[in-house]
Write a protein of this length. Structure first.
Length: 268
């Protein structure tokens, strides 16, 4: 269950009720079914959301969105092999189709979507492979995803996962070359922490700066993304005790559905 304030939970519950109502008016509408499933997941009802996306997979076999979102929620439920199958098939469906902006269900502060359908398919496929420690295939997937990254937010989130994947694969030269594509002073709407981690690896930021930020936010307990990222930084820099301490701190928190939390589980 995601951690939500009473206000946020009330808003999402209202949006779910509206999405259900719209769907029931026309159950043949693929868009209505997609949003019903997405709104269901935002409240932590992941099994129910997968059931809705599965209906979409059966009824709209040429619509990759249902496989994309089912794959995402299979990762949430730690069903990575199922996610890999779904997301691979989604990528095949989209191979000869034009990419499209994917609207946000929980908009950022500027209310500007920062990702695309193809980008999200490849991004989540890379993550599922990374979580299974199939670093070679994950790296190849992230390289494709990087080519689909049309704005700084997409690029930095993908570049971060690709960088640590390359490092864990022993591809030091490729990892170094990737850092050279990371410019300083980019305007980001979200994904700031992935960008800061790349700047840390690049030598622009200092370890203490990111650790201070993590501590000021309540540590890995409240920021699983940065907690896992800093743990991985220490692991890649031959400091396993510091790394494991941060992974455990992340896992003692309540961000069960966060990618950082899920990834930290795999390091135990």
């Amino acid at each position: 269950m995601p951690v939500l304030s009473p206000e946020a939970k009330g808003k999402i519950e209202s949006q779910l009720a509206e999405a259900r109502k719209v769907y029931l008016v026309d159950t043949t509408n693929a868009d209505a079914l997609i949003w019903y499933g997405r709104r269901m997941a935002y409240l932590g009802n992941y099994v129910e959301s997968i059931e809705l996306f599965s209906q979409g997979v059966e009824r709209f076999p040429g619509d990759a969105r249902f496989l994309r979102h089912r794959g995402h929620r299979e990762i949430t439920l730690r069903c990575n092999q199922k996610a890999i199958i779904d997301l691979t098939y989604a990528a095949e469906i989209m191979q000869k189709k034009a990419d499209e902006i994917e609207p946000d269900g929980m908009p950022n502060v500027q209310n500007i979507p920062t990702s695309t359908l193809k980008g999200n398919i490849w991004y989540h496929l890379g993550l599922a492979l990374y979580l299974e420690k199939d670093f070679y295939r994950a790296g190849e997937v992230y390289k494709t995803c990087l080519k689909l990254s049309t704005n700084p937010d997409m690029y930095m989130s993908t570049a971060y996962w690709l960088y640590i994947t390359l490092k864990r694969s022993g591809k030091e030269l490729e990892a170094k070359a990737l850092l050279e594509t990371v410019d300083v002073g980019l305007p980001l709407i979200e994904n700031e922490e992935y960008y800061e981690m790349l700047l840390l690896y690049k030598g622009v930021l200092k370890e203490e700066q990111l650790m201070d930020k993590l501590k000021s936010a309540g540590g890995g307990l409240s920021n699983a993304t940065l907690g896992y990222a800093m743990g991985m930084y220490f692991l890649l820099n031959s400091q396993p005790e510091k790394a494991n301490g941060l992974f455990k701190e992340v896992l003692s928190g309540n961000q069960w559905s966060s990618f950082g939390f899920i990834a930290a589980e795999k390091e135990e």
